[in-house]
Ligand binder design. Structure first.
Ligand code: SF4
Length: 463
């Protein structure tokens, strides 16, 4: 049998890769290569040394090399391709968001750009194998999407070999430790069109092709999948739908009752305040008996900014109302986390102050993402890959991280009252002090990441 290699810069969240590999397993031996360094240290924080010699040797043994590209990794993928000879480049098939938004980025380096949804990969390979011309890139005609997600095969969690590029070396293993986490999606698509999200780009293509924006798996299909992987030994379930509350109240009710009866494992879910009947759906999901963690995107605490820059329309009043209600209703085992994006080039001091004001009022935990990282993942952003991003508001961003960090900590221990918070803010509004403190925090977080990398390396090298 001929061999296919998937190259991934993540070990989790590779659902499409796992499904594609299951499809291809019938006709090929399927291996995967993980760039562990990228997972532990995001590309913008680490200059990763790549062992091109070992990589070339590995690539030579494969008929095809499949890479899903987004903007986080497009530079590094191009760098790898530039360091390979033409024979290897001819084996490479690129797919993913960057290929859809910016196909010319790789022109001259690879001949195979797959614009179709990944799960059509067998059709795509048939075209190549039969020397048939793959239809030209044309957004208005070519977007092949799977309409009924029940038709998707299950994920393959067992590759033939796992290769790991870590610390300038390639290590091979026969098994991979998923730490018990089974990551899946029960639906695809989102109608909200936030400016920084790839869904906005997909939605434009879908609309021009008359394709449905949202596709769902049936409740029966979801539980067929969950039961199978529970039996396989997974003990934590992570559902990474864009917004699980796009499902109807009735569907959520059915999901919860079957989940408690048949699965009953810790669960992670993403939901959105803008969903219809939000509180009713929340009350249903609150009936999950095992540990449940909900992730909710807010992104910015300044209403006008949120609407203008992110196209997220919702009042702070409503957000605070939902937060209060949820914390009154929620059971002991549930955790609520809010995502915020910091460091957008248009942020002003007043935006940041409004951000803090909202964060202070929220009872849930706060997770922070830098806008620069998001913008790099989205070609459509006017700031994508500009120096402006990395320089912009750097100081303000760090200062804010402090406020939030402290505030969060105080919420966690629950004993620091408003007066103490005011004093802390006063101290941290001192430029020099907060700058030193921010850098210390940054060093601490980098140090922590380096230790994680070191640990990953030891785990992979020990027999
Ligand atoms: S709500 Fe989430 S998934 Fe939907 S467009 Fe906005 S960021 Fe993307």
């Amino acid at each position: 049998m001929e061999k296919i290699l998937f190259v991934s810069f993540h070990t989790r969240n590779i659902i499409a890769t796992r499904i594609m590999s299951n499809i291809l397993k019938k006709d090929y031996i399927v291996d995967v290569l993980f760039f562990i360094d990228f997972e532990v240290l995001p590309p913008n924080q680490q200059k990763i040394k790549i062992n091109y010699l070992e990589l070339k040797k590995l690539f030579e043994g494969y008929k095809y090399i499949l890479i899903t590209v987004n903007n986080y990794i497009k530079n590094i993928v191009l760098k790898i391709l530039k360091n390979m000879n033409q024979k290897i480049r001819n084996k490479v098939i690129l797919g993913g968001p960057t290929i859809i938004t910016d196909p010319n980025y790789f022109s001259g380096f690879v001949s195979h750009l797959c614009f179709w949804e990944g799960e059509n990969i067998d059709d795509y390979l048939k075209h190549i194998n039969d020397n048939e011309e793959v239809p030209n890139f044309d957004k208005s005609k070519l977007y092949h999407q799977i309409n009924n997600l029940d038709n998707l095969p299950l994920q393959n969690t067992e590759f033939n070999h796992y290769y790991f590029h870590i610390k300038n070396k390639i290590i091979v293993k026969k098994e991979f430790d998923y730490n018990g986490v089974y990551t899946m999606e029960t639906m695809r698509g989102c109608p909200f069109n936030c400016t920084f999200c790839t869904n906005k780009i997909y939605n434009q293509i879908k609309k021009s092709n008359n394709l449905s924006i949202i596709r769902k798996k049936s409740i029966n299909r979801i539980f067929k999948e969950l039961t199978f992987f529970k039996k396989k030994g997974f003990y934590i379930i992570e559902i990474i739908d864009n917004n699980f509350f796009l499902r109807s109240l009735e569907e959520i009710r059915k999901f919860v009752s079957r989940y408690n009866k048949d699965i009953n494992l810790p669960l992670y879910l993403d939901i959105d305040f803008r969903s219809e009947n939000f509180l009713e759906k929340f009350k249903e999901i609150n009936k999950i008996k095992n540990k449940l963690t909900l992730f909710i995107g807010i992104q910015n605490g300044d209403e006008d900014f949120r609407k203008k820059e992110f196209n997220r329309i919702m009042s702070n009043k409503k957000i605070i109302y939902f937060d209060n209600k949820m914390h009154k209703i929620k059971n002991r085992k549930m955790k609520i986390r809010y995502d915020f994006i910091w460091g957008h080039p248009s942020e002003t001091e007043s935006t940041i102050i409004n951000n803090i004001k909202l964060i202070r009022k929220l009872k849930g935990r706060i997770e922070l993402y830098r806008y620069s990282e998001l913008a790099k993942g989205n070609n459509d952003s006017p700031f994508s890959n500009t120096d402006l991003l990395s320089l912009n508001n750097r100081f303000l961003y760090m200062q804010m991280m402090f406020f939030v960090y402290l505030n969060n900590k105080s919420m966690k221990i629950g004993s620091i009252g408003p007066i103490r918070n005011k004093i802390i803010c006063k101290i941290f509004s001192n430029y020099a002090f907060s700058k030193i403190y921010s850098y210390l925090l940054l060093i601490k977080s980098r140090f922590k990441r380096l230790i994680t990398l070191q640990k990953a390396y030891h785990r992979l090298t020990k027999d």
